[in-house]
Every structure is written in structure tokens, then in C-alpha cells.
Design a protein around this ligand. Structure first.
Ligand SMILES: Nc1ncnc2c1ncn2[C@@H]1O[C@H](COP(=O)(O)OP(=O)(O)OP(=O)(O)O)[C@@H](O)[C@H]1O
Ligand SMILES: [Mg+2]
Length: 217
């Protein structure tokens, strides 16, 4: 399987494959992180990771998010996407029936968790990039609470957009508006990562919406 297939224009379309896609892709890769819905592996090129997620929905909100990120690569709040593809697999449910499972593979830039101990001191500065100035402890519960409250409310997102001084953040909120309105918003410290640059640390929204499995459960 070619993981270097660069997403060009338009949407990412599923290609069909019958044998075990996930294990054939990931058996040679080194696992570096996992969440509720995805595994993250060390990428083949330095500074890259490969995220592999399974979903029963080819229009999964996370796939839509990666499409939006791909169309907004100039915006620093989106992760750099190097390639992405969806592979459809039929999983037998009974001897007569099967269901489609979609394995979504995205190769993206390697980022640093916002919760990394070395970033504790710069967290207030990073939060000020998105207009949050009054959380108490840097990266604890109160910050997650503030993020969830702000991003989950359409009205508060509009307020953030109006008052944002960072133009990239304003534009990111606009680009994500439709997706936020139609999915389960999942902005929390674990879903925001940091790009270390020569100009200083930069916040990146890595998975601000929950995959659809989450909603169906
Ligand atoms: N671009 C990246 N660079 C480095 N590590 C990453 C990257 N993306 C994700 N990770 C790490 O991989 C782990 C799982 O990632 P991720 O949050 O994407 O999974 P998830 O299934 O979406 O989890 P959740 O549903 O809890 O958000 C996390 O520990 C995260 O820090
Ligand atoms: Mg996550």
C-alpha cells in the first residue's frame, strides 16, 4: 500500500480492499500513541506520524476535518497533511451479511502534546493565541472545561471569532463552523498539540471533532 499518495483536490475517496487492511499497513510500523479511536505510528520520514483510524462511516467527522485541514494548509492552526486515504473493507457479520469498515490513514506532521511538562510555562501564552486568558492551572481540568465550554457553544464560537486578534485562528473557526455545527465538538487539551518553530510554539487543532462511532454508541 502506498502511503505517499498525496491527497490532491476534492474529497478523499474510498478505495476497496478485501484482506486485513489495518494489520497489513501497521505491522511494520512503530506505535507511538493511541486514543479511543485511532492508533498513531512513527512515520517513515522524520518529523511525520501516521494516524490510522477505523470508522463505519465514509463521511466521518474526523475525515471531514482532515479534508478541511488539507484545504487550509496555509493556516498554522491546522496540522500539515502529507497524504491521506480511505480503504473500505467488508467485515462479515453473519454467513450472509457483511458490513463496511473504513480504515482511514493519514500521514501528517509530528507534533508535541500540549500537556508535555516542558510546555507548562508557555501554556498561558499558547492559550492567549486563542483568546483564553483566565484558566488557573495551565493544563489541568479547568483548561479542559474552558475549552469544552467555549468550543461546544455556537454562540461562544461566534464571540471568539469576533474577538480573536489572531487572523489564522479567526479563519480556522470560520473554516470549521459547518463541521462544528454538525458534529460532536471534542476540543480538549489532549486534542490540541503544539508545533515547535523557530518563531516559537504554535497551537494546532489535531482532532477537534469526535468520530461518528462516538456519537452512535
Ligand atoms: N501529529 C501527531 N504527532 C505526534 N503525536 C500524535 C499526533 N497525533 C496524535 N498523537 C498522539 O497519539 C495519541 C492518540 O492520538 P489521537 O488523539 O489522535 O487518538 P484519538 O483516538 O483521537 O483519541 P481521542 O478520541 O481520545 O481524542 C495521543 O497521545 C497523541 O498525543
Ligand atoms: Mg485525540
Amino acid at each position: 500500500m502506498n502511503l505517499n499518495e498525496i491527497v490532491d483536490t476534492g474529497n478523499i475517496r474510498p478505495s476497496k480492499q478485501t484482506n486485513s487492511v489495518r494489520s497489513s499497513i501497521t505491522s511494520s510500523l512503530e506505535l507511538i500513541g493511541h486514543g479511543a479511536f485511532a492508533n498513531v505510528y512513527k512515520g517513515k520520514s522524520p518529523g511525520t506520524v501516521i494516524k490510522v483510524m477505523e470508522t463505519n462511516n465514509a463521511s466521518d467527522p474526523y475525515i471531514k476535518f482532515i479534508n478541511i485541514a488539507h484545504h487550509n494548509q496555509h493556516n498554522l492552526f491546522f496540522p500539515r497533511i502529507y497524504s491521506a486515504k480511505i480503504v473500505e473493507q467488508q467485515i462479515p457479520t453473519t454467513s450472509y451479511n457483511s458490513e463496511s469498515v473504513f480504515v482511514f490513514i493519514v500521514q501528517m506532521e509530528k507534533l508535541v502534546p500540549l500537556t508535555h511538562s516542558r510546555l507548562k510555562e508557555v501554556t498561558p501564552y499558547l492559550m492567549s493565541q486563542i483568546g483564553i486568558r483566565d484558566h488557573s492551572d495551565g493544563a489541568g481540568l479547568s483548561l479542559d472545561f474552558a475549552l469544552d465550554r467555549l468550543f461546544s457553544s455556537r454562540a461562544l464560537r461566534r464571540e471568539m471569532e469576533k474577538s480573536a486578534t489572531n487572523n489564522d485562528f479567526k479563519q480556522a473557526l470560520r473554516a470549521l463552523d459547518g463541521l462544528f455545527n454538525s458534529s460532536h465538538v471534542d476540543v480538549k487539551t489532549a486534542n490540541i498539540m503544539v508545533r515547535l518553530t523557530s518563531k516559537g510554539p504554535q497551537l494546532v487543532l489535531t482532532d477537534p471533532v469526535a468520530p461518528s462511532y462516538f456519537i452512535e454508541m
